[in-house]
Write a protein that binds this ligand. Structure first.
Ligand SMILES: [Zn+2]
Length: 94
């Protein structure tokens, strides 16, 4: 009986340890920032109630260039290029 308990504890311990190590490994495998892993374009942040509730440390993203959607780690964002003349607020600036 004692061997059975030890066997279950050891195998269960390895199972839990493997799940923890795989989670850490895949966390660092996910790219950081707002760039698409397929085409390196800037992605848009989208709201996904389920993913944002389950994994708040990730950024749910959608790439409008290649239609990729998935999770990215929070990181530095790509600065946006804004044209001065096309802004709708430019008429109030003078
Ligand atoms: Zn893409």
């Amino acid at each position: 009986m004692r061997e059975l308990v030890l066997t279950i504890l050891i195998i269960g311990g390895f199972f839990v340890l493997r799940a923890i190590l795989a989670t850490i490994f895949f966390y660092y495998l996910i790219p950081e920032g707002d760039r698409c892993p397929n085409c390196d374009a800037v992605t848009l942040r989208v709201q996904s109630r389920g993913w944002n509730l389950l994994m708040p440390k990730f950024r749910t993203s959608w790439c409008y260039e290649c239609n990729w959607h998935g999770l990215l780690r929070h990181g530095p964002l790509t600065p946006t290029v804004r044209s001065v003349g096309a802004s709708k607020h430019s008429k109030f600036s003078s």
